[in-house]
Design a protein around this ligand. Sequence first.
Ligand code: F0G
Length: 461
Amino acid sequence: MADIKIPVEPYKIKMVEPIKKTTRNERDRILKKAGLNIFNIPSENVYIDLLTDSGTSAMSDAQWASMMVGDESYAGARSFFHFEKAVKNIFGFKHVIPTHQGRAAERILFQTLLQEGDHVVNNIHFDTTRANIEVRNAHADNLVIQEAYDPDTDYPFKGNMDVKKLASFLKEKRKGNIPLVMITITNNSGGGQPVSLANIQEVSRICHSQGVPFFFDACRFAENAYFIKKREKSYRDISILDISREMFSLVDGATMSAKKDALVNIGGFITLNDDSLAQELKKTLIIGEGFPTYGGLAGRDLEAIAQGLTEIVEEDYLEHRIGQVQYLGELLKKEGIPVFQPVGGHAVYLLADKFLPHIPRSQYPGWALTVALYRESGIRAVEVGGVMFAEKDERTGKERYPELEMVRLAVPRRVYTQSHLQYTAEALIRLYWEREKVKGLKIVYEPEHLRHFTARFEEVK
Ligand code: F0G
């Protein structure tokens, strides 16, 4: 272990939440009842929950204290102005519009901006971004660099946009048809990979030369800034705050899920400079989310976001946070377990088809791995593969599978300790040794849309 860097916590623990170990027999019963779908398992039966890093952070004492002084006035609450000031300090835009979470920000932005047939480009759209575009009958296009799809190379910025493809896409589609270009930092759907500042600069130049607005899906901006500091030489001595400010200076606005890099359990916002667009967004906001100074949140939530944004850019915090994810990745790689390289900012992504090569894609190796991992050790992870993303050929009913079949181990912020991560690694290593015992699955129930949340499965005999 001497060669693996131990993540050392820049905090101590002053409140604990018990978690319960179950027996293998109990978990077998729980899985049967859940239709072999980890989304159907009550969380009290999960020992270590790596389903998501979203809304699962532990808040600091300062955040909890700030909630006590939340101003719950309907309009013009003091807490809104604290929140607005904290967002502006990092993002630097004129307008800050709170929403109850990230996808509400996306819905409001796209509902206002998109016409049928429009195209929105991203490195890779996250599912909710794609869904909010497609319900407007518009197109969600992914133009990430080709390296993003190669899980075995160590390219440092696999989240980068393919700038050549972007330039010709913008020319070909006439700009009127493309109301905005986005970049997701870090690129969640592509392994939590960062985007370099050089790439952001280039995309900004291309978009602005064509008069196309450029936005971030900024959920994990601080983790992206940390990778820039570590991997892009000229930023080695620049603070995370200044790197973040430089990133945001190159875009026209951002949508944000505060449930990630604002260290809170709920919240989001849209921030931008354009006065008339902001006015339109607020009109839509009022119909669905609430008055523009609270946008679906309580005053205390706004306070917690404001405080969280000051903590997220601290380098000690990020060193430990990213360090934890790297640590888990290293423990697995050392034993030859196939993981997406390099390890991302918020999660380790297992290559499930390589972990379980005896299970064909039509029997969902990624999903089978999440079931086996829970059954053997009470750990919950999420499939990012064939069940979540397969496309069905309408004529033949045959499924086309996404390029990568992965299982994401998302690490909640400030929640688990080194021994939890070690336990997770050991469980996966044991499972890897006995991998040929894991069986493929068939779907016995699926809804029409977003089937992974409610589908039910059986083992293939
Ligand atoms: N954009 C990205 C890149 C995300 O990862 C998410 C959420 C959203 C937008 C939507 O934000 O959940 O606040 O509405 N990702 C979670 C995840 C759900 O598990 O990765 P939200």
